[in-house]
Design a protein around this ligand. Structure first.
Ligand code: FES
Length: 107
């Protein structure tokens, strides 16, 4: 299991153990973490699973592919460096301790 820490815009923390092979979006959805809507169910087609990756983790995640990059243009207030779509981040033991910040709103 890998611990993922989701921090809401209001500062509320959610520490969740997520099974490797799932995505960071599924970890939030299955554990009732609010603020990650994931309207398309993980198909990289909605941008409502957007988060800002904590500074300490930006370089430690696999890079975005072009599909994620394009879809992030539709996210609410995206940041060119910190923004990621959580449905595109696979959970592995390597990202144990990942911290993501949930935006004030999704679209
Ligand atoms: Fe729709 Fe991630 S859930 S883009």
């Amino acid at each position: 299991m890998a611990k993922i820490i989701y921090i809401e815009h209001n500062g509320a923390h959610h520490e969740v153990e997520v099974k490797p092979g799932m995505t960071v979006m599924e970890g939030a959805r299955d554990n009732g973490v609010p603020g990650i809507d994931a309207d398309c169910g993980g198909a990289c087609a909605c941008s409502t699973c957007h988060v800002y990756v904590d500074d300490a983790w930006i370089d430690r995640l696999p890079e975005k592919d072009s599909m994620e990059e394009d879809m992030l243009d539709f996210a609410w207030n995206p940041d060119p460096v910190k923004s990621r779509l959580t449905c595109q981040i696979k959970v592995t033991e390597d990202i144990d301790g990942l911290v993501v910040h949930i935006p004030e709103r999704q679209i």
